[in-house]
Design a protein around this ligand. Sequence first.
Ligand code: BGC
Length: 471
Amino acid sequence: MTHTSEQSNFDLQPEDFGEDFVWGVSTAAYQIEGAHEAHGKGISIWDEFVTKKGTIFENQHGQITCDFYNKYKEDILLMKSMNIDHFRFSLSWSRILPDGTGKVNPQGIAFYNDVINFCLECGVTPWVTLYHWDLPQTLEDLGGWTNRKVLEWFEAYVKICSKHFGDRVKHWMVLNEPMVFTGAGYFLGVHAPGKKGLRNFIPAIHHAVLCQALGGRLLRKMVPGAIIGTTFSCSQITPRSNSKKDLKAADKADTLLNRLFIEPSLGLGYPDESIPVLRKIKKYEKPEDAQNSIFDFDFIGVQNYTREVVRHSYTVPYLRAKIVKASDRNVQTTLMDWEVYPPSIYEMLKKFNAYEGVKKILITENGAAFEDSLKDGKVNDLERTSYIQNYLKQVHKASSEGVKVSGYFVWTFTDNFEWAEGYYPRFGLVHINFKTLKRTIKASGKWYRDFLRKKEQKEVFKTKKTDVPIG
Ligand code: BGC
């Protein structure tokens, strides 16, 4: 059930978050680009997965999606017109290396050069994610993330990206949400490549942890002045009751969903005291791995949408924990059946900030899908505006309590292909008519534009002031 949320009183200004706070939007290659086989692009696991009947809502796919591949100029100009100065997007590995490794596709390099150059021309800073879930299919045929060889493949890919784009791109993220692509893709089988079970999940976890740090080290070596991060999905976990069993279940869910990927990167190892089955990772470990899992990221990307309520369950092997669906809890929800729960972002900021070794945090994704409708050329998505405002209030609260949070990226710029859910959950600040590909700024997008305008105006004023010749 989706409830209409109340309009919030929002009186914060961008500068209340700090002078250098970064405001942007986030996207991902497979979700927006389309052009799935244009100009030498190879097939990715998502190109393949969507062709299997029944995997995606109404058998939809991302073959065209927003056609960002051809419309990137229009989109970046639109972004600029909305005062958005920071654009997070990902590179499609198989557009750059059609076979995953080996021969580089010059047309893939040219496309990303065009996007990067156009961003810079427009005064938009590119923030690049190296891997947002679209592994080349040829590598998946060799086992994908379950094969330790992925370290070599990833190394070659990162080197190529650093070499070609590192002169202009200074803001990098290594992986997008490793918990989601290993969990949904290699344990539950609901995302590409559709593999299931512990025998896939366990090695995939370990190799993702190693690549996360490896990518960081390579970028640091190859891109002078790079600001390097990686991103984590996270949700506040609330036990359904205070019973011992529910508390234990909540602790396990918290470990799996919030701690598993960051802790090895900070030198804390795998949190297997709470989930003993994670000890199976040892089978895949080499003596140097614990050290090689560590990297001192310049920032951590926190991605938060909701919280989870968790209860004990005998039927779930290893975890003995189950999520109580939001729709069964009579709470305000989004179209993803995610509870709208702004304090979760505050709790997650506090949690990640408490780790010694986390230098800086950016919210690299936050947003919501609601039932949008385009009427008379307008989308009056008040629920999305108040969702963003209420989450921002919590970000501000954390910041005023000393949490080192220095950026916020809305997920997402335009409506796009929402993985297994296809096109029905629209997360964009900008509506897309997927038949005509027409873009229409929603009310939430106009609100974000006007909110950011205050910052733009201030900056123009600042520059003017300093431009005045002294004397
Ligand atoms: C992912 C996005 C996704 C969004 C909304 C995040 O898990 O990084 O790709 O579209 O959440 O589900």
